[in-house]
Ligand binder design. Structure first.
Ligand code: GAR
Length: 220
């Protein structure tokens, strides 16, 4: 499914290439509050990049509504329909090429990508993770599970990390981190919301701008 029939073909003339904004795809699986933070940061924090495509691996993801409301094209790509990780990733690559995407943001994208895929987009995929990597990360640590583990361990400080994605889950180079206090009486849900508000929604747009600016300069 592709939503909308907006202008998807970029101006590829040499004159336009140096000046055009860096083209971003955001990959999502769920609610999409980080996608919303990125949408809201366009034109303020994110001045050198634009979100041209949202890809969801879940047709019910509320993030798709957020994309539609913002007038951003979206695609739903389902692994179970395509039959294999290889076919799933080939479909993603096809969309990224169709939209001439420069880099990818994983914003609550709950699928691990293969080494072939991460190598293809080396230093061009970033992910937001809701802990201070290297704590509470890697396989099995996602979403609320991260905050449950932080509380079970009795931590007083947690936070979020934006990092490059490589073949090791949550193992790529760290770009930005921000600490958040754990408060007495926190539940996983309350802590998740605080980490989002005080860290994720701030550092993800900043990192998106950093990479947008870098790639724009490299094209100039
Ligand atoms: C966010 O907290 C994000 O950091 C986390 O899932 C949530 C998605 O929320 N991602 C991971 O745990 C990845 N390992 P959102 O859909 O509202 O942005």
């Amino acid at each position: 499914m592709v939503g909308g029939a907006k202008s998807t073909v970029p101006d590829s003339s040499p004159a336009a290439a140096g000046g055009r904004k860096t083209r971003i795809a955001v990959l999502v699986s769920g609610g999409g509050t980080n996608l919303q933070a990125l949408i809201d940061a366009q034109g303020s924090v994110i001045t050198d990049g634009e979100i041209v495509l949202v890809i969801a691996n879940n047709s019910k993801a509320y993030a798709l509504e957020r994309a539609a409301k913002a007038g951003i094209d979206s695609a739903v790509i389902l692994k179970k329909e395509l039959g294999s990780q290889e076919a799933f990733e080939a479909a993603i690559i096809g969309k990224l090429e169709e939209y001439d995407v420069d880099f990818l943001i994983l914003a609550g994208f709950m699928t691990i990508l293969s080494e072939d895929f991460t190598r293809r987009y080396e230093k061009r995929i970033i992910n937001v993770h809701p802990s201070l990597i290297p704590r509470f990360c890697g396989e099995g640590f996602y979403g609320l599970k991260v905050h449950e583990a932080v509380l079970a361990a009795g931590e007083t400080v947690t936070g979020a990390t934006v990092h490059f994605v490589n073949e090791i889950p949550d193992g790529g180079e760290i770009i930005l981190q921000k600490e958040v206090a754990v408060q007495p009486g926190d539940t996983p849900e309350v802590l998740q919301k605080r980490v989002m508000e005080q860290a994720e929604w701030i550092i993800l747009p900043r990192a998106a701008q950093m990479l947008s600016e870098k790639l724009k300069k490299e094209r100039a």
